[in-house]
Write a protein that binds this ligand. Structure first.
Ligand code: UD1
Length: 423
């Protein structure tokens, strides 16, 4: 809806404590992994987001019965009657994560008919690593314009060496491999916490998976996996967003269920900026902001590097800190779409080529009407609005709903002035 926007006013220091929701990027592949089982599974700590609803529709399209209780954060999924390996194009386009349905379909039916996935326009986002490894596994692949068909007589265990530790390719190959006889290895695998969460549920289903040096996921194929109950990890990207919101507003917040281990380098960088980070050994992170944050340069990288999904938000902190810093984006090649809008608000960010931005800290930002181009940009612009004089209107609200559960409420609970306006 184009007549919806998020209205953000300059807010005082954010203070207090809020709980972080379940992680979207863990929940989506975990939902797809249920295709590998037959029976009733229960997922807990599932965030209520439009991307999750899109994945529910995908599972239902295949024949699963899904009962969603978003108030409780649970999805009950009966995969007994899954009978189809075909996903219509319009469904695939709703979220990027729809691509991770391919591996489980290949494992269950030895075939899959899908379209290229949709999702954020943050780069070309090819799926060649997924497809070439499915081919290596024994699948024949037919591509017709936007449609992809996979078919295999039999799947073979292999040593898969990834060109790059792609999160989606690692998850897809892993799910395709767990039921394949023999030993499969994914070398140069992504080891993001969300990949570990997927490994967690697969192991609970009965899969035999171990981690080996160097960044290798080893799978010993099993004959069958069983339905499970599983709780999704908390969202490190939401936790990061809330910590930055506190940092830039001069606040002091606690996230009692955030996992510091999932974001160690990011927390260290916040400390370098001058903020105090207190990690509770029992779990939870507190940030006490510095009144005078200093400039720190960042570089995004696969985990345990700084998450690319935090880049637009970190940049807001750089924009309002003292002096000059750099942001090097190494994961995606089109991820500075938020910059023109930050500059419209008075930021001084210069994009140099496709991977580098130079930021000169400014004392003040000015509220403006801006448009979110992707999930993380939507949050970055909202955060910028919290420290900008006057009023900021963030359009492109659908992106926000795809990625952040009750985030506006959480920010309000911490003292932010933010509301949804529907004309
Ligand atoms: C996932 C996350 C996304 C995050 C990203 C990187 C979900 C739903 N999405 O996306 O939020 O920003 O990891 O941490 O979990 N690449 C190829 N060919 C491929 C696959 C990837 O060239 O076949 C490239 C991509 O263009 C990109 C890089 O590899 O430059 C990383 O992509 P990848 O890790 O696969 O990201 P996603 O799984 O799409």
């Amino acid at each position: 809806m184009h007549n919806e926007f998020i209205l953000v006013k300059k807010s005082g220091p954010l203070t207090g404590q809020v709980l972080v929701s379940g992680a979207k990027n863990a929940a989506l592949p975990i939902m797809a992994s249920l295709i590998l089982t037959s029976g009733v599974s229960v997922l807990k700590n599932v965030p209520h987001l439009t991307d999750i609803e899109s994945m529910v529709s995908l599972l239902e399209e295949l024949g699963a019965k899904v009962e969603a209780n978003y108030a409780m954060g649970t999805l009950t999924v009966d995969t007994t009657l899954i009978h189809s390996w075909h996903i219509p194009e319009y469904m695939m386009k709703k979220t990027r994560a729809s691509i991770v349905i391919l591996g489980p379909l290949l494992a269950r039916f030895k075939q899959a008919d899908v379209a290229f996935p949709g999702g954020d326009a943050i780069g070309a986002r090819p799926i060649d690593y997924h497809l070439k490894n499915f081919k290596k596994m024994g699948a024949q692949i037919t591509q017709m314009e936007d449609l992809i068909s996979l078919k295999a007589e039999k799947l073979f265990s292999q040593r898969f060496v990834l060109d790059y530790p792609s999160v989606g390719a690692t998850q897809n190959i892993l799910m395709a491999a767990v039921l394949v006889q023999g030993v499969s290895c994914i070398v140069n695998a992504a080891i993001e916490p969300e990949v570990m969460d997927l490994i967690g549920i697969l192991q609970k289903m009965g899969a035999q998976i171990s981690l080996e040096y160097p960044a290798t996921i080893k799978v010993v194929g099993v004959k069958k996996l069983h339905a499970v109950e599983y709780s999704i990890m908390t969202d490190r990207l939401e936790a990061g967003a809330l910590l930055i919101a506190a940092a830039i507003t001069g606040g002091d917040i606690t996230l009692p269920n955030a996992c510091a281990q999932d974001m160690e380098l990011f927390l260290m960088k916040l400390e370098e900026m001058g903020h105090e980070i207190i990690v509770d050994p029992q779990g939870g992170i507190r940030l006490k902001s510095s009144k005078n944050p200093v400039n720190v340069s960042f570089k995004t990288a696969p985990y345990p590097g700084i998450a690319t999904d935090l880049q637009p938000l970190i940049m807001v902190a750089q924009v309002v800190s003292n002096g000059k810093s750099e942001m090097i984006e190494t994961v995606f090649e089109n991820r500075f779409l938020h910059v023109p809008y930050l500059n419209l608000m008075g930021a001084r960010v210069e994009v140099l080529g496709s991977h580098k931005a130079v930021i000169i800290g400014v004392k003040k930002l000015q509220g403006a009407t801006v448009i979110a181009t992707d999930i993380r940009a939507s949050c970055a612009l909202v955060l910028a609005g919290l420290v900008a004089d006057g009023v900021t209107r963030v359009y492109g609200v659908s992106h926000w709903w795809r990625g952040y559960e009750s985030m506006d409420q959480k920010l309000r609970d911490l003292g932010a002035e933010i509301e949804f306006i529907k004309l």
